[in-house]
Ligand binder design. Structure first.
Ligand SMILES: NC(=O)c1ccc[n+]([C@@H]2O[C@H](COP(=O)([O-])OP(=O)(O)OC[C@H]3O[C@@H](n4cnc5c(N)ncnc54)[C@H](O)[C@@H]3O)[C@@H](O)[C@H]2O)c1
Length: 256
């Protein structure tokens, strides 16, 4: 798609897939604005690329997100595309995870999406054009042991985005909810720093580029659900029709 001169807003652009989205969009001629709390990461994303504007911003702060989106619309122009990629992934058994961590994960992964949607989407819907991309995960489709807090936040992302799409399906805005398997980004280190389930460890991570390409191809085909990587669509169908088979395998792998 021709992104020349279009304004693209990316959350979580200081690392991983958000960073790649910024760089790909800038290379295609878009003017990119990205929000992240990771300042060194933001600086690295924008290094040598005048097309990328960065802003230190916590996506859980609705007033700040709303004001920053208004600023962007005033200085750069109307937002045409949003990638909602900011997230954290500390893992652990639900009764052992720190209470504040579980709540914080929901506030960032799900609350950040709510904030960016309410700040940026109404104008996109009024203009009747643009792309709204949510990063859910296979973790937003298939729950497994020791990822419950993350699963809950990603199930919320999937549900919120699906309803958002249906409520605005005649608006002219395209919606995509992307559900990748493990991807080779720094996010995985948060799992390893806490507890990485064998179920996830046993899946070789795919490359961020594959996810970004799958999003582009889904948008072009008018598809909402994006399942990058081999076997993810099958995983979705397995969860839908044979959830107990998945649980049996997960219990066997984790040994409890
Ligand atoms: N890497 C994977 O295995 C994987 C798989 C499926 C889905 N996802 C999802 O893809 C998206 C991108 O993940 P990634 O792998 O690129 O992760 P990443 O850790 O590389 O990048 C996430 C970015 O979000 C930022 N962030 C965290 N809290 C924030 C806050 N409060 N405000 C603003 N920014 C904040 C971080 O600083 C970081 O730069 C996430 O939504 C993630 O859940 C990742």
């Amino acid at each position: 798609m021709d992104m020349n001169g279009k304004v693209v807003l990316v959350t979580g652009g200081g690392s991983g897939m958000g960073r790649l989205a910024c760089q790909l969009m800038s290379r295609r001629g878009a003017r990119v604005l990205t929000f992240d709390v990771n300042e060194p990461g933001l600086a690295e994303t924008a290094a040598g690329d005048a097309g990328i504007v960065t802003r230190r911003l916590d996506v859980t702060d609705f007033a700040a997100v709303d004001a920053a989106v208004r600023d962007a619309e005033a200085s750069l122009g109307p937002v045409h595309r949003v990638y909602n990629a900011a997230a954290i992934m500390p893992l652990g058994k639900l009764l052992e995870q720190d209470n504040a961590t579980v709540h914080r994960m929901m506030a960032i992964n799900y609350g950040g999406l709510v904030n960016i949607a309410q700040a940026a989407l109404p104008a996109m819907v009024r203009r009747g054009a643009g792309d709204f991309i949510s990063f859910s995960s296979m973790a937003g489709i298939i729950p497994v042991l020791m990822t419950g807090g993350y699963n809950a936040s990603k199930f919320a992302v999937s549900a919120f985005t699906e309803v958002l799409w249906h409520e605005n399906r005649a608006s002219g805005v395209r919606f995509a909810c992307v559900c990748p398997p493990p991807v080779a980004t720094p996010l995985l280190a948060q799992g390893y720093a806490t507890v990485m389930p064998k179920t996830i460890e046993s899946m070789p991570p795919i490359e961020p580029r594959e996810v970004l390409e799958a999003i582009e191809s889904a948008l072009a085909k008018g598809e909402f659900w994006v399942f990058p990587g081999k076997g993810t669509r099958t995983g979705y169908l397995m969860r839908r029709f044979f959830p107990n088979l998945i649980w049996k395998d997960v219990h066997k792998k984790e040994g409890f």
